[in-house]
Design a binder for this molecule. Structure first.
Ligand SMILES: [Zn+2]
Length: 424
């Protein structure tokens, strides 16, 4: 029999669709060549002689996807959380990002960031670096070698930031092109064009990036209508555009690959129309919303309109690198949204939040984020969440993990069908 087959026995939970969790109790899952072959309650004859990994009462779930995270802000997590966006950027974020001119410092931070992300169950991610090519090159190389499926952007910014973070526009385009050229053949972690956001980018820079997107067939990540301040800045600095999203559309940045818009809290009808037209993802970052942004995404309403939505840890506007925690927070925020603005808003269910963090986002990375047959087997085994006096059902274990879990509850991690070392 093919040696690339793995057999696991445990309870299994994944998103069947937006509203439903698939739950298999006391079942067998077979993984062949890194992909799920099938799930059975009775083991088929042909697999009976395979060595079996038995996790007993634990629960197997898909690994998570973080669609918005700033690796260079890792050391700032949980600090200066009493500021609002504009002040937080000036006092906290930009001074930290400037330190990434030092590539040795960057390596220290990025190694810790990547290990912590995997330890917390995130195996797919859309990551921002800084303007610095050397540091960002290390980040993408390291993520790629660790097998993380994802995108990394060298950040572009040429106005409205402290002097040592401002790029010369043509140099910025040249550096970005070299970065795209060097890494577009990567197997796991690919480059993505990353204009920081409208307030820090000139039209000339955004247009230049649009040409690169077209030339290399590469998509874009940025922050979209994340705060009232940011949305106003976009209108002020780009008066020719009707909304924030149109700034990027006009440059052709939405024509070439995935489009990932962080936050999307204050969209106009035009923002929604344009992002949907390009099948882009809006990324809800619940902790960031609570801490520095002050606004709540219309998650339920946007889902009902067919918008693709993923979740982001948004380190360090968000403080927890485990994006699984954001599934719980997305449910909580949707209730506040419905309570304070009942018109057109609704709370979301836990299955919807789990789906956003796994299956819906996993589509971006080549068919992962699920455990249905054919899915790439990136998965976590979670345990230790029931009480002695109350044994939870598998789907309750998944829910409690998102509310109360820590990385210690993840007792095994699989990437592309291979178990990762416990030494994380
Ligand atoms: Zn961000």
């Amino acid at each position: 029999m093919n040696s690339n087959i793995k057999l696991i026995h445990t309870n299994i939970v994944y998103s069947e669709d937006r509203n439903r969790l698939a739950v298999y109790t006391d079942s067998y899952i077979v993984v062949e060549d890194g992909r799920v072959k099938g799930i059975w309650s009775e083991l088929p004859e042909e697999y009976k002689n395979l060595p079996m990994k038995d996790y007993g009462d634990a629960v197997l779930i898909p690994a998570f996807s973080d669609l918005h995270v700033h690796a260079p802000q890792y050391l700032n997590r949980g600090l200066e959380m009493d500021l609002l966006l504009s002040d937080w950027l000036d006092k906290c974020t930009f001074p930290m990002e400037a330190k990434f001119a030092d590539a040795e410092f960057a390596k220290l931070v990025y190694d810790a960031f990547i290990d912590d992300m995997i330890a917390n169950g995130t195996m797919h991610a859309c990551v921002y670096g800084t303007i610095h090519t050397e540091a960002t090159s290390y980040l993408i190389e390291r993520m790629n070698s660790k097998g993380i499926k994802g995108f990394v952007g060298k950040v572009n910014m040429d106005r409205n930031a402290q002097a040592d973070l401002l790029e010369d526009t043509s140099e910025s385009i040249r550096d970005t092109e070299a970065f795209l050229e060097k890494y577009s053949g990567n197997k796991n972690t690919k480059p993505i064009i990353t204009p920081r956001f409208a307030p820090t980018c000139t039209r000339e820079q955004i247009n230049g990036l649009g040409k690169l997107g077209k030339k290399y067939g590469i998509g874009m990540q940025t922050h979209l209508v994340e705060s009232i301040w940011e949305a106003e800045q976009a209108r002020l600095l780009f008066p020719e555009c009707s909304c924030d999203t149109e700034i990027y559309e006009r440059a052709g940045l939405m024509d070439n690959g995935p489009v990932i818009g962080g936050h999307f809290i204050f969209p106009s009808e035009d923002d929604i129309r344009i992002l949907r037209m390009y099948d882009g993802y809006a990324v809800q970052c619940p902790d960031a919303t609570i801490s520095v942004i002050a606004g709540i995404m219309q998650t339920g309403a946007l889902l009902d309109r067919g918008m693709k939505i993923g979740l982001g840890s948004d380190i360090s506007a968000g403080h927890h690198i485990g994006v699984f925690t954001q599934a719980a927070r997305a449910v909580q925020l949707s209730k506040l949204k419905e309570f304070y603005e009942p018109e057109g808003n609704r709370k979301i269910s836990f299955p919807e939040a789990f789906w956003m963090a796994t299956k819906q986002s996993g589509e971006l990375f080549g068919g992962t984020g699920s455990l249905e047959p054919g899915s790439v087997f990136d998965a976590l085994v979670i345990d230790g969440l029931s009480d002695a006096a109350r044994k939870l059902k598998p789907e309750q274990v998944a829910e409690r993990f998102c509310y109360l879990g820590t990385k210690e509850n993840i007792i095994a991690r699989y990437m592309n069908g291979e178990e990762l070392s416990q030494a994380l």
